[in-house]
Write a protein that binds this ligand. Structure first.
Ligand SMILES: [Fe+2]
Length: 155
């Protein structure tokens, strides 16, 4: 009998190549309210407040370009409802962050933006909070990403 070994994922982190880790770290601290938890010669690690790091910024090779393959975006589920997402939209715009699009996923709404190197992130709020129901609805609608107009809030 063979036993199946399966990974049990507890949390995730992402590691990104950037041109200037220290400069980008300031952006992540400002826009995402992250805390710098460690740094090395060519990297800075940041945390959302609980884990030792959630995002690592690694210095890219000189002359490196954003490619057509690789990370498409990194999604960050945020606490709150649609108005909270609209407030984050206002925050991004007021900080001059490039917002790419806003979408309706049927299970929630997404707000996509880019860091100084063009790495794409998504703030998303869930409108269906039950995970089982969320999986069912997403599958039933073929994981839609419909453009939606969201008005930024500046309060
Ligand atoms: Fe996403």
């Amino acid at each position: 009998m063979t036993s199946r070994v399966t990974p049990v994922i507890v949390r995730t982190h992402v590691s990104l190549f950037v041109r200037d880790p220290e400069a980008s770290a300031q952006w992540f601290a400002d826009v995402l309210d992250m805390k710098i938890t460690a740094r090395g010669a060519a990297w800075v690690f940041l945390s959302f407040g609980r884990k030792h790091h959630d995002i690592a910024l690694i210095r890219a090779e000189e002359g490196a370009q954003q490619g057509g393959l690789g990370l498409q975006h990194y999604g960050l589920e945020v606490e709150g409802d649609l108005d909270d997402l609209r407030r984050l939209y206002g925050m991004l715009l007021s900080k001059g962050v490039k917002v790419v699009k806003t979408t309706d996923h049927k299970v929630g709404f997404g707000l996509y933006f880019e860091d100084p190197d063009g790495n794409r992130f998504e703030f998303f709020v869930e409108t269906i909070t039950d995970d089982e129901e969320g999986q069912r609805v997403l599958g039933e609608h073929n994981a839609p990403s419909e453009p939606v107009v969201l008005d930024p809030l500046y309060t």
